[in-house]
Design a protein around this ligand. Structure first.
Ligand SMILES: [Cu+2]
Length: 478
């Protein structure tokens, strides 16, 4: 029997995106059975493995990745089918050095189309993972990344149009870390004291099945592919690269004791100076680089990381840090992290209105749905632009996650100037590639088109929204 989603998939495979909002389409699939319950903090948090190059030359590292379906133990004792890069969930981390090129040869061993986007990467159009530039089942291709950008926590994830939300949800997400000399000179916590935290939600049924459904029906919170794990730390400073790799979930993270941590970076690299925080808000696709000093906790005690944006029906706990003995620590958080470059004067202004359009049953930008054949933004290389991005949807009480939007640019990163006329706080003032645009909000960004011409996209990073079809085609010309 064909379910509604099968119909939807067929329509997408046929090149026509069905006019069915994903929220409605997937709602019907939600199982009535209780999802699997797990003992909180039972599993140890894995740290994603770092992928080894298959070969290296003087200026390039070569990697091989196969995408295939396999299983993972997301909840202890249950077998869950996942869609993976190289069989790991999340995929393996690529660590790139600024100035050294990376070539990744991807083979699609899945039954679905894929497209690999290096999120936050400044890369030529042909290697960006454009949503229409597909890697078909059985196909192999190379993606070339110049890594001519500052140290930052990037990630790679699927971007096949109409499929990206499900492909990412099923596991096609992984870290891509760019390092540089400047970063090494800062003497931040490093080695085993520098850890990625890939956060996302999921719905795991009692039989282990991973169900792709609406955010309000996804009660499981995963860190690096495990449900609510624990992580043993020494009583010293740690650097965490925190990724929100969920498809559409806003998270507000805090330590349960209200303890302070320090944010040192955001999507595009280091902030100008460290910022003390007790709560970190991340929308889907955003990253934060933070330092937590566990030396203030007694050995043998624990502190829980919580998501205060969890629904009332959900467990807000995310991860338990179990603090052990002190360890030697010569790392530091310097008072100045980066000398931010001044913005060139802008010569072009544009306005984009993000909105759920009930009549079209689609998510729209300026009233339109994505059409890859239509160029929405014609831009000139070297030009600096100011973009005003408006969320025209009205606030609604939780669990109406779908009225939140955010905004992601390919090709370049941006600086957020202000939100509703108020300059953004320092933690949001660094290089960014995703910005939160809550219902009713107006956000202004400044960006410069550098180095690469060609076709790219910009879109809402609530992935069910970009699938349906909150995305623009941009063309940069010389
Ligand atoms: Cu949106």
């Amino acid at each position: 029997m064909a379910t509604r989603r099968d119909v939807l998939k067929l329509a997408v495979v046929g090149g026509i995106v069905a006019a069915v909002p994903v929220e409605a389409a997937v709602a019907e699939l939600t199982s009535t059975a209780d999802p699997a319950s797990a003992t909180p903090f039972a599993a140890e948090m894995p740290v994603p493995t770092v992928l080894r190059p298959t070969s290296r030359t003087r200026d390039t590292d070569f990697y091989d990745i196969r995408m295939f379906d396999t299983t993972a133990e997301v909840i202890p004792g249950l077998v869950t089918g996942v869609r993976t890069y190289n069989g790991s969930f999340p995929g393996p981390t690529i660590r790139a050095a600024r100035g050294r090129q990376v070539v990744v040869r991807h083979h699609n061993g899945l039954a679905v189309d894929t497209s690999v986007h290096l999120h936050g990467g400044h890369v030529p159009a042909g290697h960006d993972g454009h949503p229409m530039d597909l890697l078909k089942p059985g196909a192999t291709r190379e993606y070339h990344y110049p890594n001519a950008q500052a140290a930052a926590s990037l990630w790679y994830h699927d971007h096949a149009h109409g499929l990206e939300a499900e492909n990412v949800y099923r596991g096609l997400h992984a870290s891509y870390v760019v390092t540089d000399e400047h970063e090494r000179g800062l003497k931040l916590p490093s080695g085993k004291y520098e850890v990625e935290l890939q956060l996302r939600d999921a719905r795991i049924e009692q039989d282990g099945t991973l169900t792709f459904t609406r955010a309000q029906s996804r009660p499981h919170l995963l860190v690096n592919g495990r449900e609510r794990p624990h992580f043993r730390v020494a009583a010293r400073k740690y650097r965490f690269r925190v990724y929100n790799v969920s498809v559409d979930r806003f998270m507000s993270l805090r330590l349960a004791d209200g303890g302070e941590f320090v944010q040192i970076g955001s999507d595009g690299g280091f902030l100008a100076a460290p910022v003390g925080l007790t709560e970190l808000r991340l929308s889907a696709g955003e990253r934060a680089d933070v330092v937590v000093d566990f030396s203030r906790y007694k050995p043998g005690t624990s502190v829980v990381l919580q998501n205060t944006s969890a629904l009332a029906t959900e467990n807000p706990d995310v991860l338990r840090f179990d603090v052990g003995f002190p360890a030697y620590d010569d790392s530091r958080v310097p008072p100045v992290l980066l000398a931010a470059a001044a913005l060139p004067p802008a010569t072009v202004e544009r306005r984009f209105v993000l909105e759920w359009n009930a009549a079209q049953a689609r998510y729209t930008i300026n009233g339109q749905v994505y059409d890859p054949a239509r160029v929405d933004v014609q831009a000139k290389l070297g030009t600096t632009e100011i973009w005003t991005v408006v969320n025209a949807d009205a606030p609604a009480p939780a669990p109406n996650f779908h009225l939140n939007h955010n905004f992601h640019t390919h090709q370049t990163q941006f600086r957020v100037l202000d939100r509703n006329g108020v300059p953004v706080r320092p933690a949001e003032a660094g290089q960014k590639d995703v910005v939160m645009v809550a219902p009713g909000d107006t956000v202004r960004l400044a960006l410069t088109w550098k180095n690469f011409t060609g076709r790219y996209v910009v879109h809402c990073h609530q992935l069910p929204h970009s699938d349906y079809s909150q995305m623009l085609e941009i063309e940069i010309t010389a």
